[in-house]
Structure formats: structure tokens, C-alpha cells
Ligand binder design. Structure first.
Ligand code: EPZ
Length: 452
């Protein structure tokens, strides 16, 4: 079945998620492949004309959309479970279609590989989103330093290398900010450039290292990924590979919080412990128990009551911004006052209003949230504003008294692989219904699936 036909879930236009709180969770949950690795690595497919195989690809709307964008560029994709076979032999058109790109920022990742392989790329300028303006100036400046001419007009980024041999040149690049996307765009572009490229002040996120390992498995020469200095020696061509994507550390952290916020004991695998250092440290800080059961399995034992703590989001290895909303949900019920500072994105505290609707006591001052612990949350109708905010509302719903109804599920489906099924298998009581059914539906809680 081609990836473009396979959508993990139809757009949840008017469905809502109903959650009956206060259920204790129990059992084990399997963590899917990392969304933010899969999206960058799929774009990396454009670098190589040979067949190759990706394993542990999560089933998400964003992955399906990336597949649609790559297909529109001439790439062939076949999906079978969590395996995706890709062939980028015939890239038909160096222009990603606007109606698709506008729905998925990560499609901008196509610009580096297209430019490296073809010497030309036309990609719509990604717009902002709920959490911030999301500029791409660092991507553009880096490509220009590698010899690309980049024009931005009418919402399109036209990038091209002039001259008889349209090949990017190696360059020494300093990033004003350790941008994940810019690091990945420039690293991919440099794999086929003429000469050596150095990226200083590079992002160190695990997904950057995963992309570097993927490119190296195709014959690229990348050193230093995972540190703030990455050196890439350009090669003339890459070759096929069979590559396994790392587990999703943000999904794992979401389930760790689910265990803590419901005072439950659950285990999760596979995980990479080093990718969760900040999350584990904060959970232990507030009194939860986190045990490494095996090299790739964690067990969380929630305490009967948790203490407050302070969180500041930072580039890796600092506390991840993608885990901020989930931890805020947890801290609304801690004893004492926590402060959460969001330093990565300028507008990533929009879940505060919705958590307050559930009885939380949070005040926002600039990019800081002051979270005064309360003794309970109460279920309420709430609206998700972005991907990680939707996860935070699910977690709050698991802990709240009564029923929570969450709208805006398209955010959730973009970034979580069957979250409801996984929560239900742990004993949570939740179900997805069509919105119009909510009005007249008897509030009967669904039977809980048997815990395996
Ligand atoms: C990646 O986004 C992730 N997305 C985000 O995950 C994650 O939150 C973010 O990295 C930070 O870790 C994917 O990998 C697909 P950035 P990205 O470039 O690359 C500014 C999720 O929930 N900036 O590191 O867009 C930017 O405005 C998503 O899974 C520039 O100013 O993040 C932001 O303030 C959300 N100019 C900061 O850097 C640029 O050219 C961090 O952005 C690029 C970025």
C-alpha cells in the first residue's frame, strides 16, 4: 500500500476525545519511532537515487503528509506496517506543492537535499504556526554560504547553484541559534557538497544524530553529530541503506508523565535512557520513582503526592521544549509552586488557559508560567491549540475528577501514534466520538480494554 494512501487516521475534523479521569494505569506500553527523526530522514531520501528501507517509522498524520509531499516530487514510497521502502531515482520536479507544504513545516527539509542533488530547489516558505513565527533565516544563510543563490518571493524559496557544475561548496557555518531544522538542512546539503563543511553552534538533539547516522549509513562522511560542532566531508554520491529510526523520546516522556500524574506504575520500551535525562531528573526531583529495568526499558512509579520544581526549556541537552506542556499538566497537581520558563519558542504557553479551565492555578508573565499546585483538577470541555498542548490536556484529563472532552484532535494525530489505544491498554478510560454525538450521548464510560 503506498504511503500516500495510508493515512494513520482521517483528519479528525469534528471528533472529540472523551476521558474519564482517576483511573489507575498498569502494564507496559510500546514506544513508536521518533516523529522528528522520521520526518528529517524521509527528506534525506531525496539525497540518494537508490532504493532504501526505513524501519520503526511511526504511524502519524505528519509522516503521511511527508510521504505525500515526497510523492509529489516523484519519489516512490511503499509502507508495510512500520517499514517504509523508498526510491528517489526520479525526482520529477524540484518544487514541493504549496497545498501540502503549507500543512507540514517539516517539508522545508526538502530544500537541502534537493539543492545538493539537483543544484536547484523551489520550496514554499513555511508559515508560522501556533507556537511561533518559525523563521528559516538560519537555513537560508547557511545555504547561501555554501554557494547557493536564494531568492524569496511570493511565498516561495527559490534556491539554485549557478555555474557549469552546479554543486554546493563546503563552508564554515556558525549558527546564531542551535536550530534543529537548520542543522539538519545544512548537514544534509553538505553530504554531497564539494569539500568540507563545519557547522558551529549546531543543535545536539538525538534526532540530529539519528539523521547523521542515517546519512553515514548511506556513505556520507559526518563527524561530531550530537556535539555543537559537526564536520561533513562531501562525497560525490550516496548509496542505499536499511535504517532503523530511534524511539520517540517525546512520546516516552508523555507516558512517563501519564504514570506519574495517575500515581500508577507502568513500564515503557524501547527507549534510549540518555535521550530522557532531563525528563527523568525532573520526575525524580518531584518524588516519582524512575527505574531503568533493562538497557531500553523504563519503569515509572508515581508518588502519592508530588513536589513542585522549576523547569526552563533549552536546546538539548537542556530540558526539551517538546516536553514542557506535558510536565506543566503534572505540576498543576504538585504541592507548592513551580515555575516554567519557555525559552525556545515565543508562544508555547497556550495550554495554560485550557488547564486553568480544568481547575489549575497558573499565571503567565511573559514566557514564564507560575504554577501553583492544586489538590484536584476537574474534567471540562477543552480545546487543543498545538501538538504538545493536546498531549498535556489528555494527561490532565487522566488525572481529573469526572469527564474531560478534548477538541482539536488533528493536533494530537499529527504527532502521536495511536495514543488512545496505548492509553486504553494501560487501563485509561477514553474514547473518540463524533462531536455531534457528544451532545446527546449518554455519559456511559466505555469498558476498559483488558490490560495485557
Ligand atoms: C524542531 O523544530 C522540532 N520539529 C520541534 O518539534 C522542536 O520543538 C524544535 O526542533 C526544538 O527542539 C521537527 O524536528 C520536525 P528550531 P525546528 O529550528 O527545527 C528559531 C514537536 O512538537 N529559528 O530548533 O523548527 C525558531 O524560531 C515539534 O515535535 C530561527 O530563528 O526548531 C525557534 O525559536 C514542535 N531561525 C528556535 O530557533 C531559523 O532559521 C528553535 O527552532 C530556525 C529556527
Amino acid at each position: 500500500m503506498s504511503l500516500t494512501e495510508l493515512s494513520s487516521k482521517p483528519e479528525a475534523d469534528n471528533s472529540v476525545l472523551q476521558i474519564w479521569g482517576k483511573q489507575t494505569l498498569k502494564g507496559h506500553v510500546k514506544i513508536s519511532g521518533a516523529k522528528n527523526s522520521a520526518l528529517a530522514i524521509m527528506a534525506g531520501a531525496l539525497l540518494c537515487p537508490d532504493d532504501f528501507r526505513l524501519r520503526n517509522v511511526p504511524s502519524l498524520v505528519d509522516v503521511t503528509r511527508m510521504g505525500q509531499i515526497l510523492s509529489a516530487l516523484g519519489i516512490k514510497l511503499e509502507r508495510n506496517g512500520d517499514i517504509v521502502d523508498i526510491n528517489a531515482r526520479d525526482i520529477g520536479e524540484s518544487k514541493a506543492p504549496y497545498e501540502l507544504v503549507s500543512q507540514l513545516r517539516a517539508s522545508f527539509f526538502a530544500i537541502g537535499p534537493m539543492l545538493a542533488r539537483l543544484g536547484v530547489a523551489r520550496v514554499p516558505l513555511p508559515g508560522g504556526c501556533a507556537i511561533g513565527a518559525r523563521p528559516v533565516d538560519l537555513h537560508v544563510r547557511g545555504l547561501q554560504s555554501m554557494g547557493a543563490d536564494v531568492q524569496i518571493e511570493h511565498g516561495m524559496v527559490h534556491a539554485y547553484v549557478t555555474g557549469p557544475n552546479p554543486r554546493l561548496k563546503g563552508a564554515k557555518i556558525y549558527l546564531d541559534y542551535p536550530s534543529v531544522g537548520a542543522t539538519e538542512t545544512l548537514m544534509m546539503a553538505a553530504t554531497l557538497a564539494d569539500g568540507e563543511t563545519t557547522i558551529e553552534n549546531a543543535a545536539q538533539e538525538p534526532e540530529v544524530s539519528d539523521l547523521a547516522n542515517f546519512c553515514n549509513s548511506m556513505g556520507a562522511k559526518i563527524r561530531g553529530a550530537g556535539t555543537n560542532t559537526i564536520i561533513i566531508s562531501g562525497v560525490p554520491r550516496l548509496h542505499s541503506t536499511d535504517y532503523n529510526i530511534i524511539p520517540d523520546r517525546v512520546e516516552a516522556a508523555t507516558f512517563l508523565v501519564a504514570g506519574a500524574i495517575t500515581h500508577s506504575e507502568i513500564s515503557l520500551s524501547p527507549i534510549v535512557p540518555d535521550h530522557l535525562t532531563a525528563a527523568i531528573a525532573k520526575l525524580r526531583d518531584i518524588g516519582a520513582k524512575v527505574i531503568l529495568e533493562d538497557r531500553d526499558c523504563l519503569r515509572i512509579i508515581g508518588a502519592q503526592s508530588h513536589m513542585a520544581t522549576d523547569i526552563e526549556t533549552l536546546p538539548y541537552p537542556g530540558f526539551p521544549t517538546d516536553m514542557q506542556a506535558q510536565f506543566m499538566a503534572l505540576l498543576t497537581l504538585s504541592e507548592g509552586t513551580s515555575t516554567i520558563s519557555e525559552t525556545v519558542f515565543e508562544n508555547r504557553l497556550r495550554h495554560v488557559a485550557e488547564l486553568n479551565r480544568m481547575g489549575a492555578d497558573i499565571r503567565v508573565k511573559g514566557n514564564h508560567a507560575i504554577v501553583r499546585g492544586v489538590s484536584m483538577l476537574s474534567g471540562a470541555p477543552v480545546v487543543a491549540t498545538d501538538l504538545r498542548a493536546s498531549a498535556a490536556l489528555v494527561l490532565a484529563g487522566l488525572a481529573a475528577e469526572g469527564k474531560t472532552t478534548i477538541k482539536g484532535l488533528h493536533h494530537l494525530d499529527r504527532g502521536y501514534d495511536n495514543l488512545e489505544d496505548k492509553m486504553r491498554r494501560l487501563g485509561a478510560k477514553l474514547q473518540r466520538v463524533q462531536d455531534d454525538a457528544v451532545a446527546d450521548e449518554a455519559a456511559t464510560a466505555p469498558a476498559t480494554a483488558s490490560v495485557e
